[in-house]
Design a protein around this ligand. Structure first.
Ligand code: NOJ
Length: 751
């Protein structure tokens, strides 16, 4: 093995160091006397029951999140619970139904309580922005507060456990689940993984409003070939350890009590059957002590993967690999008793997983209080509180990214301007939430039209025209839209992806705006009117033609129910745009997978001549992003000066960088100061990565000192090298609003 790889492989033991950091209380509780006593009384059938979880057919939500497998009536499900054949129910909603199910569980022979889980990904009844949008705020504290509010609402509706956060680093925008995570960067993923776990779980897992967190999908799930959902993942062990495991490590260190195994293969072996990954790496190296759940029906899918002969084999492979709980297939209930009786699976292996599940229930306080979080009065009070909606609005506003603003077209005046709002999302509410709007309701969403009208001095100054549908033309639609544009001063063009175009199983081969909307944009551009594009999307898009070239461009993602208010606040300057891109917008789909932090090429193209012959680029696209990770403008302008960085820092000391930010414009604004690091000369080709960032608010004509603190462990993560082995010469780059402004050499020394 060469030195570079050795260097990176050492990373896990050198810096993941989880065993000591693991804080999930279950770690301390697996030996509880109560659990021992219960285990001693359990039959193998009851043990298999605790290791089985099913869609909550007792109190189903309206939305369909998974293919229908083994459906049951509410009565049949309650009978299963009473028979002790269910450990957890998921994706149900409402206290009344949960109480019924819990009563059934308590009436089973051993009376072991159920735990209720759900895919509460970005809101329960109040729909927040998708996690990718929330990540654009680059604010772990905001993410933590959002998850806390979501946990309060979800727990009040009879839930104890969320299947979130998604901590899969997403570098291929063709993959539909980019929407659910924190984007392409390692640091942002690590910080938000921890913040979201803290937010969901709160300070005390036993509290009524705590929601156990699940870091998913372990591991490498997002790196599917071609971005195709459920496809194959092939990556070096170094990349897995350097990039894909650290966000899980951060989530586990913050106390996440569960993980869900990836549906995919990893280097040929389905994760659900991958003992190396689920036991050697997850348990022995990373020190995870919580519960590892299969994904939905994924143990049964081992037959389709071609690694299991039949369902019994599949169950054996899954439990042996380290899957504690089987989701939805029912395989553990059906096959574990016979597998144990035949000596094919040792009872000790079953007991190990049952202990983990019971420890999780104990950590949540369910043995002492099985009706925790199941109080109808709290449900009435806690659902859709005003404070929750206000926070959803704050997050939505902070998520919007201003990518282009020619001639300072934005913010718009609130009077004396005739505004044409055109596009399929102008008056839309059904697509504001994006994928996984768990119990959110369309009628609660505020459309862009409603948000804007509420802010205008003369609401009639706004006229709305769809122009086309999301993926189809409307007869006469373009003509009407063009006529409206001609009669207006400015065009707001609300276009992009529908909610169904991103999320699980919604990979795309072409990440462009659908053709009918592109045609609408081209026709409107021909009028010569200034166009502000309000882009709706669950991933970075490859923008083309009139959309790419519009005078102003706002990335607005799926912002949840406060879509209209947040967009209007930014458009009219009630709030300044402060969001930054957590994913790079490419020139073309063919550039995927893409991320800003790539090893250097030996033949870089000069920035001034990106298409110079014999250099690194495609024939039809440069080797750079249209809008790179971290991009985003303000309504004012800033300069950076007086940067202070130490020439040398000890390997166990933090790095503190100071810079003066001056607002040279006429509006108050928030600047984004970011620092990147890389090894100057590395064993492996050095990768430049974000190591720290901060926001500073600056009044017009004033200056503020920005401090960026880079803790020592973060330096080592960022440069992918263990701490303290020998001195390192680093290059520091300081960026202001996404642009390089300053660089310096720094030595990290070991003495
Ligand atoms: C499949 C998804 O991959 C996973 O993220 C989700 O938690 C489960 N379905 C349960 O709905």
């Amino acid at each position: 093995m060469d030195d570079g790889l050795l260097d990176r492989r050492m990373l896990l033991t050198a810096t993941l160091g989880l065993a000591a950091g693991m804080t999930f209380p279950a770690a301390a509780r697996t030996a509880s006397e109560r659990i021992d006593a219960l285990l001693a009384r359990m039959t193998i059938e009851e043990k298999a029951g605790q290791l089985s979880c099913f869609n909550d057919d007792v109190r189903p939500v309206d939305a369909v999140f998974n293919p229908v497998v083994n459906p049951r009536s509410a009565a049949a499900m309650l009978a299963e619970v009473r028979a002790g054949r269910v450990g957890m129910l998921f994706n149900g909603y409402g206290v009344a139904g949960a109480r019924k199910a819990q009563e059934a569980a308590l009436a089973s022979r051993l009376g072991i309580p159920l735990v209720f889980a759900a895919d509460v990904i970005h809101g329960c009844r109040t729909t927040f922005p998708i996690p990718l949008a929330e990540a654009a705020a680059f604010d772990p504290d905001l993410s933590e507060r959002a998850c806390r509010a979501i946990a309060r609402e979800a727990s009040a509706a009879g839930l104890h456990w969320t299947f979130a956060p998604v901590v899969d680093i997403a570098r291929d925008q063709r993959w539909g689940r980019v929407a659910e995570g924190a984007g392409e960067d390692l640091l942002l993923n690590r910080l938000l993984a921890a913040a979201r776990v803290r937010g969901f779980q709160g300070d005390d897992l036993r509290a009524n409003d705590a929601l156990l967190a699940t870091a998913k999908h372990f591991a490498g799930y997002s790196a599917v070939t071609g971005g195709m959902e459920y496809g194959a993942v092939d990556m070096s062990e170094a990349t897995l350890r350097e990039l894909f495991l650290p966000p899980f490590a951060a989530a586990f260190k913050a106390g996440a009590g569960a993980t869900i195994a990836s549906f995919t293969t990893l280097n040929g072996i389905p994760v659900t059957a991958n003992h190396w990954l689920l036991t050697r790496v997850l348990r022995e190296e990373m020190g995870f002590t919580g519960v590892c759940v299969s994904d939905y029906d994924a143990d049964r899918e081992l037959v389709a993967h071609g690694v299991a002969e039949n369902e019994a084999d599949a169950a054996k492979l899954a439990i042996t690999a380290g899957i504690d709980m089987s989701m939805q297939s029912g395989l553990y209930n059906r096959h574990l008793p016979a597998l144990v009786a035949a000596g094919r699976v040792p009872m000790s292996m079953i007991d190990r997983s049952v202990r983990r599940v019971l420890a999780l229930k104990e950590a949540l306080g369910l043995f002492d209080n099985p009706f925790r979080s199941l109080d109808v009065r709290v449900e009435r009070r806690a659902v859709k509180r005003e404070a929750t909606q206000k926070l959803a609005r704050d997050v939505a506003t902070r998520a919007i990214v201003l990518l282009r603003n020619d001639g300072d077209l934005l913010p718009l005046p609130r009077r004396d301007t005739r505004i044409a709002l055109i596009g399929p999302f102008a008056a839309d509410r059904a697509n504001t939430g994006g994928p996984w709007t768990f119990a959110g309701r369309t009628q609660d969403a505020i459309s862009i039209e409603a948000g804007i009208r509420a802010l205008l001095a003369d609401p009639d100054a706004l006229t709305v025209e769809p122009g086309c549908a999301i993926e189809a033309a409307i007869p006469g639609g373009i003509e009407r839209a063009v006529a409206l544009a001609r009669a207006s001063d400015v065009v707001l063009l609300a276009i992009g992806e529908s909610a169904a175009m991103s999320g699980e199983a919604n990979s795309r081969v072409s990440i462009t705006v659908p053709a009918p909307q592109q045609a609408l944009a081209e026709a409107l551009a021909a009028t010569g009117k200034p166009i502000v594009v309000l882009l709706r999307h669950g991933r970075a898009l490859a923008l083309e033609g009139a959309i790419r070239d519009a005078s102003a461009l706002l990335a607005t993602w799926f912002l949840g129910e406060q879509t209209g208010t947040a967009i209007a606040d930014i458009l009219f300057g009630v709030c300044e745009p402060t969001g930054r891109l957590p994913v790079s917008f490419p020139f073309s789909t063919g550039q995927q997978p893409w991320s800003y932090d790539r090893p250097a090429t030996g033949r870089p193209a000069p920035a001034s001549q990106p298409m110079e012959g014999g250099r690194s680029h495609w024939r039809d696209a440069p080797d750079r992003a249209l809008y790179a990770f971290g991009s985003g403008l303000s309504y004012t302008r800033f300069t950076l000066s007086n940067v202070k960085a130490p020439a040398e820092v000890l390997h166990d000391q933090p790095l503190v960088i100071q810079a003066e930010v001056t607002n040279t414009g006429t509006r108050p604004g928030t600047a984004f100061v970011r620092t990147d690091l890389h090894i100057r000369i590395g064993e492996a080709s050095p990768i430049r990565r974000m190591a720290g960032f901060t926001h500073v608010h600056v009044e017009p004509k004033k200056s503020v000192i920005a401090n960026v603190l880079i803790p020592s462990d973060r330096i080592h993560y960022t440069i992918s090298a263990p701490r303290g082995d020998h001195s390192r010469d680093l290059k520091l780059t300081v960026m202001l609003n996404g642009l390089d402004k300053y660089s310096a050499d720094i030595t990290v020394s070991n003495h």
